[in-house]
Ligand binder design. Structure first.
Ligand code: PLP
Length: 624
């Protein structure tokens, strides 16, 4: 358990059974646990191949409850005179099943959703309850705005947020044509910038929002039109996964000041929407790293409530309804990707007894043999340097045609045996000198896993984000192999070589020895936010199967199974028609028949196999 740091990042959702399997407790009550290994075995019996994305509906429900509880606590504690509402930005995970769960569980707290494009708006307008708030961000055209205002005319709280001045022109035009008084939001460009990866979302140069001077001008314009009261929502967003709470504090303070000023100038402001940014502790370090943050959800809620309240009280402005567009913090934990290991390649091995070398072998090969023979804990650095020089000499001789292939092979074996010997001594001593620390990585095994990094954890590739990765079984056994992961795409970037160890980034992951023919299954944790929709079809590996599970009274229930893409579906995305493909294959088979290369039975078998394969999963299968 310590090795995978599970206590650090699990947030009480994940733990390990006495049998060494991964358990998930969606409501953080350990007595109520889903055994992931058992579940995967059951799904296998039902014919569902790995990789499988497992979504725990109960975790989504728990995250929403926690958001509500944290804000309720802060509101009570400070005597804040209004309420909090979380609007889930569906761009974080637009899957219908996920959005439906968020709506179903968020309803009781008066939560809503956020849409950032026309497709997202059309999805949520139809799916939400009449009294659920829908906030519309992103750049908008006539159609987008018309749809938002049609919803307002029906009595819905669908608020378009002006990202640039021309959008206000559109809102006023459509409202006038429809004869309604619109409810309008505006996004402000704050001077405060976040830090970390998404810092460009804030600051003067951010892509979205109005500068304070533009906003003042637009408010004056609205007031002139007698529509100051229509400007009801002020929004800002400083970026996702904000690691340092200080950035959030400054942004909230700055926005609160702007809020009260606009209010006093005649805006009908009722809502302050603090955007997203609430982080998730992926690496368990609880520090300001790219994959963690130095605060808790409760501290975040306290800061939002306290700072808004203080500024409003000073200015004698009524407390607004607080909105946050927290996506990552709601969705990240709720899904995990389970995948199987297909095989392992090791980088040499430790051999202490290589026997005597034939005398006629070249001198540098003999030198390597002597280095290995002399290796002790007292001379590791010197032996390593000598081995490097000898290996280089061997390679030069080989390139010049003076070293036969079999001697090159022995030289490499000896070199890696020395490196493994040094690593072993390091493990016994507890630590290696700095210069040799890279050996764990250099000598690590590559575990080939049945998944596509580009489809299932794109942020690992795109922005080097860390996700916890661990086996779902054998957790009572000590893992002994240093490993990196390779996926099944034909792309050397399709690998994971950043892991979490002791709250820090590590270049290898400790895994168990893999035995061919025995299942060894890993889970990538916390992939519920952004990964699914950002994932792409590199090498035409499609969507994985997704399974929704929950637990009630100790019974684990599979609530729905969403089958992953088939081969013909992914081929369809790139305009290959199944009918045409089969026809063409038929023609080729016919031709082979004519030439006498195939008989009728073989021709039939080839076409039947092809047709069946088109309907199969895109990933590798252990079934015959
Ligand atoms: N709101 C806006 C305008 C965003 O751009 C984003 C994402 O960056 C979010 C909300 C969601 O942020 P998070 O996932 O950090 O909660």
């Amino acid at each position: 358990a310590e090795l995978y740091d599970i206590e650090r990042w699990s947030d009480d959702y994940f733990h390990i059974s006495d049998n060494g399997t991964l358990l998930v407790s969606p409501n953080r009550n350990r007595a109520n646990a889903i055994d992931v290994k058992e579940l995967v075995d059951r799904l296998d019996q039902r014919g569902l191949d790995l990789p499988i994305l497992i979504r725990f509906n109960g975790i989504l429900a728990d995250r929403l409850k926690r958001m509500n509880d944290c804000f309720a606590e802060a509101i009570n504690q400070h005597g804040f005179q209004n309420r909090y509402c979380c609007v889930f930005p569906i761009k974080v995970n637009q899957q219908r099943d996920v959005v439906q769960q968020v709506i179903a569980h968020g309803r009781q707290y008066g939560f809503g959703v956020e849409a950032g494009s026309k497709p997202e708006l059309l999805a949520v307008v139809a799916m939400t309850d009449p009294d659920m708030p829908v906030i519309c961000n992103g750049f908008k055209d006539d159609e987008f705005i018309h749809m938002a205002l049609l919803a307002q005319r029906m009595g819905r709280t669908v608020i378009p947020v002006v990202e640039k001045v021309s959008e206000l022109d559109l809102i006023l035009k459509h409202a006038e044509e429809m004869g309604i008084r619109p409810t309008i939001g505006m996004r402000v460009k704050l001077a405060t910038r976040g830090t970390g990866r998404w810092q460009a979302s804030g600051g003067y140069r951010s892509k979205f929002g109005l500068t304070v001077s533009e906003m003042l001008a637009q408010l004056d314009r609205l007031i002139e039109l007698g529509m100051g009261d229509c400007f009801q929502l002020l929004h800002f967003h400083v970026g996702s996964q904000v690691g340092n709470i200080r950035q959030l504090k400054s942004a909230i303070l700055e926005a609160s000041r702007i809020y009260v000023d606009l209010f006093r100038r005649g805006a009908g402001l009722k809502y302050l929407d603090v955007g997203g940014g609430l982080g998730v502790d992926y690496d368990g370090s609880q520090t300001d790293t790219d994959s963690s943050m130095n605060y808790t959800m409760q501290e975040y809620a306290n800061d939002v409530v306290y700072h808004v309240q203080t500024v409003c009280d000073e200015a004698e402005v009524p407390h607004p309804t607080l909105i946050s567009e927290s996506g990552r913090a709601i969705a990240a934990q709720h899904s995990i990707l389970v995948m199987d290991i297909l095989g392992v390649t090791a980088q040499g091995k430790f051999q202490s007894d290589l026997g005597e070398l034939p005398e006629e072998y070249e001198q540098p090969v003999h030198d390597l043999w002597l280095s290995l023979d002399s290796l002790t804990s007292r001379n590791i650095q010197q032996v390593f340097h000598d081995a490097q020089v000898s290996l280089e000499l061997c390679m030069n001789l080989f390139s010049g045609g003076y070293l036969p292939l079999e001697q090159r092979v022995i030289a490499e074996d000896l070199y890696f045996a020395i490196c493994h010997g040094i690593q072993k001594i390091g493990a016994e001593m507890g630590e290696l000198p700095d210069e040799l620390r890279h050996l764990d990585r250099t000598l690590s095994d590559i575990y080939f896993a049945n998944f596509s990094l580009f489809q299932s954890m794109p942020d690992s590739w795109a922005i080097d984000q860390l996700f916890p990765i661990m086996p779902i079984h054998r957790l009572a056994e000590k893992p002994t192999r240093h490993a990196v992961l390779g996926d099944i795409t034909c792309d050397s970037d399709g690998k994971v070589d950043g892991f979490i160890c002791g709250g820090k980034r590590s270049r290898t992951l400790m895994l168990h020895e893999h035995t061919v023919g025995q299942p060894y299954q890993l889970a990538v944790m916390m992939v519920g936010a952004y990964q699914e929709i950002l994932g792409d079809l590199h090498n035409l590996f499609g969507d994985t199967h997704a399974v929704h599970v929950d637990i009630a009274d100790g019974n684990v229930k599979v609530q729905s199974i969403v089958k992953g893409d088939t081969v013909q579906e992914v081929l369809g995305y790139v305009q290959y028609e199944t009918r045409e493909l089969v026809d063409k294959l038929q023609e080729a088979v016919e031709d082979a028949l004519q030439r006498g290369v195939l008989n009728n039975e073989q021709a039939g078998e080839t076409v039947a196999f092809y047709e069946k394969s088109l309907g199969n999963y895109t990933y590798l299968s252990h079934r015959k």
